[in-house]
Design a protein around this ligand. Structure first.
Ligand code: SF4
Ligand code: SF4
Length: 429
């Protein structure tokens, strides 16, 4: 594998916007599918009373994170929602009583070893807050007899344009992030903890270097500002002097655990309070947003509430994206709820530019730009002739849909979009 990367304009307009807490929403829509893996099943029924942190959804599968009520109030209904990826999932809609009363049964978890840490993290409902949404407990669920973890990598690259929610976590909750690093490092007996921050965040690099100067086994890694520096395989490569996470492997197979910076901060808070994953910070930006900023809001808050809190010109929004402009997903409905994985909402007054596509000129730029050394032009050809065997041979399954190939293509081929379709086609029968 050869790791490259592309240069993007950063547009980090909200980097100095301190997080503002959003008032309690009138109602929240709790999606039962908020991360990679199996969805949860509702554990409550219409009419049930819930408090903040009450478990309302779970499933008996390894790849599920439980869902907890983010407001106190009454369950209005069990509904269904069409997700932006075209799948449907169950929802629990809660009418808030406006009190935000915490569940009285909530207590800090007892964490003494790897097993109790992984169990506590699963119970917390934590999944990666950087966008991908991989269940965090799975990253900790390795076989100690076979695997030795020597490096903990905290991913604070935040390489997508516009998004500053992790940056605000670094600047506002420095102690939380360091506390989370220490918790995981100490409980798992990891020698080295590295926080990787892109060089376009010099204040955060300075702050963490000062705070970690006297701590043994902690490092701050200044990363080149290039996209997709924050992809797990990419940051793990740079933080470990070149370890490659191969096909079918997780980071721990290479002795590494990679956690997002905001996730790390959450884990520390959870270890102290026991309050599960019920709220998060989200960046709201774009030229339709009057007051761009960072908000902390209960999970399940309608996106319309978040946009309204930032004075968004809703009449003129032509494009709404969950996430960044590279890997984000266009939303068809601003009434959808905030999910655990949403780090940004971008609202623009202009629709997506319709590019004029021309024939591939075989320049190879897409291949040079791919951080995983894949062959996007070949993917496109194989998909266009519906050649499943070729797609699998070319390893379409490894594509992480970072969009770098589309971005650099002079012929404006929709490579990343086709890759998504091709992936689905390759695994279909
Ligand atoms: S970058 Fe575009 S034009 Fe160049 S090889 Fe790839 S698909 Fe073809
Ligand atoms: S979208 Fe896939 S093929 Fe294109 S550059 Fe990213 S990882 Fe490579």
């Amino acid at each position: 594998m050869r790791l490259s990367g592309i240069r993007l304009s950063h547009f980090k307009n909200t980097e100095n916007c301190e997080t503002v807490g959003l008032d309690c929403p009138e109602r929240v829509i709790m999606s039962m599918s908020q991360h990679i893996g199996a969805p949860a099943e509702p554990l409550v029924r219409a009419g049930d009373e819930v408090k903040v942190g009450t478990k309302i959804g779970d499933a008996d599968t390894r790849m599920t994170c439980p869902i907890h009520a983010s407001v106190s109030g009454k369950v209005e209904k069990i509904g269904e929602m069409l997700l932006p990826n075209g799948k449907t999932c169950k929802t629990v809609e809660i009418l808030s009583d406006g009190l935000m009363t915490p569940d009285p049964d909530i207590a800090p978890p007892v964490i003494t070893d790897k097993a109790s840490l992984a169990a506590a993290v699963k119970e917390s409902g934590c999944c990666g807050m950087g966008g991908a949404g991989f269940p965090t407990h799975i990253k900790l669920d390795y076989d100690e007899q076979k695997t030795r973890i020597d490096t903990l990598v905290i991913n604070a690259a935040e390489c997508e344009p516009y998004i500053t929610s992790d940056y605000r976590e670094l600047m506002e909750n420095t102690d939380r992030v360091i506390g989370g690093m220490k918790l995981v490092k100490e409980v798992l007996g990891i020698e080295r903890a590295v926080i990787g921050i892109e060089e376009n965040k010099p204040k955060a690099i300075k702050l963490f270097r000062e705070r970690l100067a006297d701590e043994k086994g902690f490092e701050v890694l200044k990363l080149r500002s290039s996209y997709p520096q924050g992809a797990e395989k990419v940051i793990a490569f740079y933080a470990t002097g070149g370890r490659i996470i191969g096909e079918g492997e997780l980071a721990y197979d290479k002795g590494v655990i990679v956690l997002n910076a905001s996730t790390t901060g959450f884990l520390y808070d959870y270890s102290q309070t026991g309050m599960p994953f019920v709220s998060r910070r989200v960046t709201v930006d774009g030229d339709a947003v009057g007051k761009p900023g960072n908000l902390r809001a209960p999970i399940g808050t309608p996106i319309t509430d978040l946009l309204a809190a930032c004075d968004t010109d809703m009449e003129n929004v032509k494009r709404l994206i969950a996430g960044g402009p590279m890997m984000g997903i266009s939303l068809y409905d601003p009434g959808l709820p905030l999910l655990k994985t949403n780090n940004a909402f971008l609202a623009f007054k202009t629709p997506a530019k319709k590019e004029v596509q021309t024939a591939c000129i075989k320049c190879g730029r897409c291949i040079a730009a791919c951080p995983l050394g894949l062959m996007p032009a070949e993917f496109e050809r194989a998909y266009d002739r519906r050649d499943r065997e070729a797609l699998n041979r070319l390893k379409i399954n490894l594509c992480m849909n970072c969009g770098s190939c589309s971005y650099v293509c002079p012929a404006k081929r929709p490579l990343a979009e086709k890759n998504q379709l091709a992936k689905g086609f390759a695994i279909s029968r």
